[in-house]
Design a protein. Structure first.
Length: 179
């Protein structure tokens, strides 16, 4: 006689193992994310009547991987009509793309990377408005800052202190604005 398999643990929403699609606010496209790394386990039928089967699940870690993106800054506008992008990873490595020029790469020191993380994790940064609140400046730049799935859009005219702290902690002294 065969024993039916034990029922599996219920999965969390969005944990179907299928890739999820998320919008890319800066390019108007969508990107595909890898399935969630969560682990579920099932208990095997017990062959002993005195002991119950237990399963231990490995908890997902909240620690970012070194190559994982910490922050992405896209700069649009200016007199030259630039569209530049800076991507900084948790380990402090970064890539900057300006127009059709070859990308530039670099590495922040551990102290610089820690300062950028601290600026982004500051509760004051969480209160920075998602969208500009003032009047746009003619031929000014627009900044699109993405951190932990939150997009903050800012212009040249308005720069709350918490956002300025993030800009100051970016590699090369701030967002890439040169064509």
């Amino acid at each position: 006689m065969s024993v039916p398999p034990a029922p599996s643990a219920p999965s969390a929403p969005g944990d179907s193992g299928e890739p999820t699609r998320t919008p890319d606010a800066t390019a108007g496209t969508s990107t595909t994310a890898a399935p969630s790394p969560r682990t579920s386990t099932t208990a095997a039928p017990s062959t002993s009547t005195s002991a119950s089967a237990t399963a231990t699940a490995t908890a997902p870690t909240d620690e970012p991987q070194p190559g994982e993106v910490l922050v992405e800054v896209v700069v649009n506008g200016g007199l030259a009509g630039v569209r530049n992008k800076l991507v900084v990873h948790y380990d402090g490595s970064w890539t900057s793309r300006s127009g059709t020029k070859p990308p530039r790469t670099g590495q922040q020191t551990p102290a610089e990377a820690a300062e950028l993380r601290a600026a982004l994790e500051d509760p004051a940064y969480a209160r920075v408005p998602d969208r500009p609140t003032g009047s746009p400046i003619a031929d000014g730049f627009q900044y699109f800052v993405t951190y932990r799935h939150r997009l903050v859009v800012s212009g040249d005219g308005e720069r709350p202190a918490a956002l300025q702290r993030v800009f100051t902690a970016l590699p090369e002294g701030g967002p890439p604005t040169s064509p």
